[in-house]
Design a protein around this ligand. Structure first.
Ligand code: 5GP
Length: 216
């Protein structure tokens, strides 16, 4: 058994970055290639897009339901983004961490801040940057999901969002998906090995230090 498989607590990998930075694609690749890490499915009040499935991409909710759930403490964090509410259901995340499994969250900065405050020991934050704003705009055009007006709005939001980069533990400039995935995997590997994530270590080291060696 690998040491990290003995760990008693998983980690929460937060990936933020402007629309078009590649978060969703990279998270999908990470989930497909790495064991023991799954994406959390957020709830949102934003209208469902044509290519999206309820319960897979998001849990689509009416605003009243969402607000009711806020009062019930259902969300680990929530935030308003472009006039819609988005939130991470608490139970799924906590259940997995307790089992020693990792969770990846694709959330914006305000939510990331809330999670970091609530669970500083569990959180690892990565900010994704595009190599240039022009590349970001090109990616948004290629996606064909938004009108010209919405794309312009997203590019303007990107300027604001990118200014929060210093709140993150790691910054990955997403020039190419394979290179960025490799970097994210390296971050994950190293973070899984952190001393604090291995509660069995003190006992192991104590046994090691007090071990009696036979004379033969
Ligand atoms: P979109 O509407 O394009 O799917 O997502 C818009 C923004 O909302 C993205 O920056 C995404 O990271 C963020 N987002 C998605 N789910 C959540 C969530 O549960 N909480 C927070 N705080 N942000 C979210």
């Amino acid at each position: 058994m690998e040491h990290w498989e003995k760990q008693q607590r998983g980690l929460l990998l937060i990936i933020s970055g402007p629309s078009g930075s590649g978060k969703t694609t990279l998270e999908g690749m990470l989930e497909a290639e790495e064991a023991h890490i799954l994406q959390s499915i957020s709830a949102t009040t934003r209208p469902q897009r044509e290519n999206e499935r309820d319960g897979v991409d998001y849990f689509f909710m009416e605003k009243e339901d969402f607000e009711q759930k806020i009062t019930e403490g259902y969300f680990l964090e929530y935030a308003e983004f472009n006039g819609n509410l988005y939130g991470t259901p608490r139970a799924y995340v906590e259940g997995r961490l307790e089992k020693g499994e990792d969770v990846v969250l694709n959330i914006e900065t305000i939510g990331a801040r809330q999670v970091a405050e609530a669970a500083p020991e569990d959180v690892v934050r990565i900010f994704l940057l595009p190599p240039s704003l022009e590349v970001l705009q090109r990616r948004l055009f290629r996606r064909k999901t938004d009108s010209l007006e919405v794309i312009k709005q997203r590019v303007e939001s990107a300027r604001e969002e990118m200014r929060t980069w210093e709140e993150y533990d790691y910054v990955v400039i997403n020039k190419d998906l394979d290179g960025s995935l490799r970097k994210i995997k390296q971050i994950l590997r190293a973070e899984r090995m952190r001393r604090k994530r291995h509660p069995w270590l003190p006992e192991f080291v104590e046994e090691l230090c007090t071990e009696t060696i036979s004379e033969e």
